[in-house]
Design a protein around this ligand. Structure first.
Ligand code: COA
Length: 164
């Protein structure tokens, strides 16, 4: 479709949390197509493989219209251009996220002037949430109920017990 509005929601998703899902649900209704792109953050060593992270995302977004899951190894700005995307969607949790996100948004726009970054304020109950918090709780045997989608809990716990 010629005037289809496509947005990319990028991240490591190691693993996807209810905080990410909240952003996905809210962004999905704003665009015709939302591509959730599992990407590489050079500052992180993921616990879950790319296939696992994509599988988790596919299972939790299966019922959401217009949402696709993909992976990308290169620059986000180039990927967005290939997908004909007009926007990157990011969740903003706290003021501490701002400086880093601002820098990335400006760098991405410099690399791809047709690309804007749209920030959605995280819901209050997810302010403290991150994938690292989930992994830390699971590794130490705590309950991750209320942090990740119910259908993923068992797989995440089993996998973290194996030592990642
Ligand atoms: N709810 C819950 N947690 C959230 C959240 C939300 N709404 N939004 C973000 N988070 C968490 C993430 O899970 C992540 O947790 P972690 O640090 O424990 O893994 C943390 O907040 C930081 O998120 P983010 O800043 O989005 O980092 P990321 O690693 O998930 O994604 C990429 C960063 C992959 C988008 C970025 O590295 C990238 O674009 N890489 C591609 C290469 C590139 O183009 N580089 C140049 C960029 S200018």
């Amino acid at each position: 479709m010629k005037n289809m509005r496509t947005a990319i929601y990028p991240g490591s998703f190691d693993p996807v949390t209810l905080g990410h899902l909240d952003i996905i649900r809210r962004a999905a209704v704003m665009f015709d197509r939302l591509i959730v792109a599992v990407m590489h953050n050079q500052n992180k060593t993921p616990m879950f493989t790319m296939e696992e992270r994509m599988d988790f995302l596919r299972r939790t977004t299966a019922g959401l219209s217009g949402v696709e899951v993909d992976s990308c190894g290169g620059l986000l700005a180039d990927y967005a251009a290939r997908k004909n995307a007009c926007a990157i969607v990011k969740g903003l949790r706290a003021v501490s996220d701002f400086e880093y996100e601002f820098q990335m948004a400006l760098a991405n726009r410099k690399l791809n002037p047709a690309l804007d970054t749209m920030f959605l304020m995280t819901s209050a109950e997810n302010m403290y949430l991150s994938s690292s918090v989930v992994k830390d709780i699971a590794v130490h045997g705590g309950s991750i109920a209320g942090f990740v989608p119910d259908e993923l809990m068992e797989d995440i716990v089993r996998r973290t017990k194996k030592g990642g």
